[in-house]
Design a protein around this ligand. Structure first.
Ligand SMILES: [Zn+2]
Length: 484
């Protein structure tokens, strides 16, 4: 492109829908289970039969309070529900219960690295059903299991300026909902859905440009890719002297382009009005404080504690606390090792454990090496019984035993079976050292004449001769004393 993209500043706001992990739906007792056969998790309430009344799920309120309190929102003492009216085959009631002008959480923020993104509001609503069009070309099917499944919508201020910031914001938000155990955070499966409002303006301009909404971004990567393309599209429209038209766009990941979906329905098109069937939600101090007290340690606090308690660098603490379950695993490993081995434990979890998680595409819950077995491996290194290289070999053997409770996964068992213990017997090592020195008389001479850097060469030869099993510390000491 020939124009200067740097003249412009993108302005981005995100709307994220998160499906809550409550067992039952938002306003009835139907199950929220994902894989049930179509139209089995339904009842007269979520099917919108006349004469039925919705009853609010208390867990949904507690879940949204947890997120609201963790993102520094003001909690409205009295909030109400509204009906969002629209006609669609997968919406049997003809309206969706949501919150409109009195949402339960408002005015919070999420801090990215060096940047604060405001949260305009977080509100509760229910999901619609699902239309399925791909069975036959001339018919559509409707599955209403998802009708009434509880969602919360998190609306950010237009504080985001780059696709990277949008990505970071989503990463932190996902981390939060997973830590709080209110949403499984799976974007690919639709538990987190993101729409983005994007506009561009000349740098320094006070007024926002005309925004477009990019809908249904179903992965983190799609969000930043779609934003990049939409920003470029809008800039190129402006550079050609045109005007950006307010419209809804979809992103085609294959074509790597955004295209218009339908002309934007304004909020008033939905004809919101207060839901007459539900009472006001009242949050008193006692309830709010009770939820506050139940909040788990959040990633930021956890990272600070890891730096303090395990004496870890900031980098390690940040990586280890990204996932609550990985952080727990690390702490379990540390319970069994000495203080001086905490950093070694961190290295093992960050490299060897996470490498396996990536390769196998699994979460730590599915990782099959027992924390206690990893602790034992680290203890063997700390006690000088095996070298780092041998530890890697032992680890490979451990990985091959998929059953956690199988004693063959235990490092001590493997070390014994494969005869991998380091040789610390001075007499045995001394024999090898003497042989190596005899075989390299010239180097020995040079070492004696002050070329001490040759020590490494001798150590290497001894280690090779011992097939990596000589205790390196002993080897060093012996070479120095024999040559010296
Ligand atoms: Zn129901």
């Amino acid at each position: 492109m020939s124009f200067d993209i740097n003249k412009y500043e993108p302005v981005i706001g995100l709307e994220v829908h998160a499906q809550m992990k409550t067992k039952s739906k938002a306003f009835c007792k139907c199950s929220t289970a994902f894989s049930a056969p179509p139209n089995t998790n339904v009842c007269p309430v979520c099917l919108g039969h006349p004469g039925t009344l919705p009853v609010l799920n208390k867990n949904l309120v507690e879940f949204i309070l947890k997120l609201g309190l963790s993102t520094n929102c003001n909690i409205r003492e009295r909030s109400i529900f509204a009906r969002k009216n629209y006609f669609y085959p997968d919406l049997p009631k003809g309206y969706q219960i949501s919150q409109f002008d009195q949402p339960i959480c408002e005015g919070g923020h999420i801090d990215l690295d060096g940047k604060r993104v405001g949260i305009t509001r977080i509100h509760m609503e229910e999901d619609s059903g699902k239309s399925i069009h791909d069975f036959a070309s001339d018919e559509s099917l409707v599955d209403l299991n998802r009708c009434g499944v509880p969602l919360i919508e998190i609306v950010s201020e237009p504080d985001i300026r780059t696709p990277k910031e949008a990505f970071d914001y989503l990463t932190i938000l996902k981390q939060l909902v997973v830590y709080l155990d209110i949403c499984d955070g799976n974007m690919e499966e639709g538990s987190l859905r993101c729409d983005a409002n994007v506009s561009v303006r000349l740098k320094g301009a006070k007024q926002y440009g005309t925004k477009c909404e990019v809908k249904n971004l179903n992965s983190f990567k799609n969000v930043s890719d779609a934003l990049e393309h939409e920003i470029e599209r809008q800039i190129s429209v402006l550079e050609k002297g045109g005007k950006v038209i307010h419209q809804t766009m979809t992103y085609d990941a294959k074509a790597r382009a955004t295209s218009p979906m339908r002309s934007k329905e304004e909020a008033h098109d939905y004809r919101y009005f207060p839901e007459p069937d539900l009472v006001t939600v009242k949050i008193d101090n006692v309830w709010r404080e009770k939820v506050k007290a139940s909040l788990p340690e959040l990633p930021e606090e956890k990272a600070k504690r890891f730096i303090r308690d395990y004496n870890l660098p900031e980098y390690d603490a940040a990586i280890l606390t990204q996932d609550r379950a990985i952080a727990d695993y690390f702490e379990e490993v540390c319970k069994e090792v000495e203080v001086r081995s905490y950093k070694t434990a961190s290295n093992w979890v960050m490299t060897e454990v996470m490498r396996v998680l990536n390769e196998e595409n699994i979460e730590i819950e599915g990782y099959w090496i027992k924390d206690r077995n990893l602790s034992s491996l680290i203890k063997l290194i700390a006690e000088g019984k095996i070298s780092n290289n041998i530890a890697k070999e032992v680890y490979q053997e451990m990985l091959a035993v998929k059953d956690q409770d199988d004693t063959r996964q235990h490092p001590t068992y493997i070390v014994k079976k494969k005869n991998l213990l380091l040789v610390s017997d001075t007499g045995e090592i001394e024999k090898i050292v003497r042989k190596v020195i005899e075989d390299s008389p010239k180097e020995a001479e040079r070492y004696r004449n002050g070329e001490v850097k040759l020590l490494g060469l001798f150590v290497g030869k001894v280690m090779k001769e011992s097939k990596g099993k000589a205790n390196p510390q002993k080897v060093n000491e012996l070479i120095i004393s024999i040559l010296g």
